[in-house]
Design a protein around this ligand. Structure first.
Ligand code: NCD
Length: 338
């Protein structure tokens, strides 16, 4: 924890192995402490966490707010539909309003890729000691989701010791609308950093060939990849081939609200070709888990029966793990003022 040097958490491309270890260790510690009602941890007493969600959210926002409350922070949330955004105020001026109220960490979700980084830079230029935690920006990044996915997988592979080592050498298959998924992008950084090989599967309109190079090109600002040996990324157009020998399946929603044109001919056809069902899981090894970030569109990317089969589908476990992961992230940012 002493080596933690991120003032903001914008994406995972800049995370070192030590950073992943720190987050997972802390998550595990928060997870095993029974916290509820008045038995909260005093760690962030007196801190203000503001959740500014300019885009809809059920899980991420509630989970950040619960995480903050369990660490005894004050929490201020914001609702775009009843805010001064309606009167023409910009997102940055909205952010500055919460900074002026004394926020220590701002959790921001917005449909514009790159906005979290822009806001963080603007705060740094103005010497504001406020941290930005990206709750999902456009198609770009969703770090807290990928970290809770890593924790969920690490825990699935070894319940007693949910460590990043558990991911090394595993084959993880991500299926569906990769192009519009900030979750897939953040998982690509996280999983390959921990030594997992990732197979991407989907139709060419939702999974362009360039994705096989995704982690070979660190984003601007990162001169050298902090990870020496990443796992491999490959693309398969056949669901059967992508699922064979896989250790875990990660399926994604068709994110229509992020598409500018219709990229699939029919949802029924998509389900036939790429939908995950008990039947298609027969191609995998035995007892392979299925993850999904939610919200789920039953009968499209995954069958309704499979969503309800909690022995295989870990979607509820992911939501549960989201709270201690976000406690860890808020703790790291708010308790260590940069
Ligand atoms: C994801 C998101 O918002 O990017 N959901 C989430 O945060 N749990 C995935 C999605 O919207 O499909």
């Amino acid at each position: 924890m002493s080596n933690w040097n991120h003032k903001h958490i914008i994406d995972l491309a800049s995370f070192s192995l030590e950073d992943y270890r720190t987050v997972l260790d802390l998550t595990n510690r928060f997870k095993i402490i029974p916290i509820s009602g008045s038995r909260k941890l005093p760690a962030l007493q007196g801190k203000l966490i503001a959740t500014l969600f300019f885009e809809p959210s059920t899980r991420t926002r509630s989970s950040f707010e619960l995480a903050a409350k369990r660490l005894s922070a004050d929490v201020q949330s914001f609702s775009p539909s009843s805010s001064s955004l309606k009167k023409g105020e910009s997102p940055l001026d909205t952010v500055m309003t919460y900074v002026a109220m004394g926020a220590d960490v701002l959790v921001i979700r917005h449909n514009c890729s790159g906005i979290a980084e822009q806001i963080a830079k603007s705060l740094d230029e103005n010497l504001k000691h406020v941290s930005i935690l990206n709750g999902g920006d456009g198609l770009h990044s969703h770090p807290s989701q990928a970290l809770l996915d890593l924790f969920t997988l690490a825990q699935f592979f070894d319940k007693e010791n949910p460590n990043i080592k558990n991911l090394a050498g595993k084959k993880i298959t991500i299926i569906g609308d990769i192009l519009h998924s900030r979750v897939a992008r953040s998982n690509l950084w996280g999983l390959t950093a921990c030594g997992a090989d990732v197979v991407l599967c989907g139709p060419p309109t939702l999974l362009p060939e360039q994705f096989s190079e995704f982690v070979s090109n660190p984003p601007p600002g990162i001169i050298q990849d902090p990870i020496k040996n990443r796992g491999k990324v490959s693309i398969s157009r056949s669901l059967k081939e992508a699922m064979e020998d896989s250790d875990a399946i990660y399926t994604l929603r068709i994110q229509k609200e992020r598409m500018s044109e219709n990229l699939i001919s029919s949802l029924d056809r998509y389900h036939e070709e790429y939908g995950i069902t008990h039947e298609s899981l027969k191609w995998c090894k035995e007892n392979v888990p299925v993850l999904h970030p939610g919200p789920v569109n039953r009968g499209i990317e995954i069958s309704s029966e499979l969503v309800d089969d909690h022995s295989i589908c870990l979607v509820d476990t992911q939501v549960t793990n989201g709270i201690p992961v976000r406690m860890a992230l808020l703790y790291l940012l708010a308790s260590m003022k940069n």
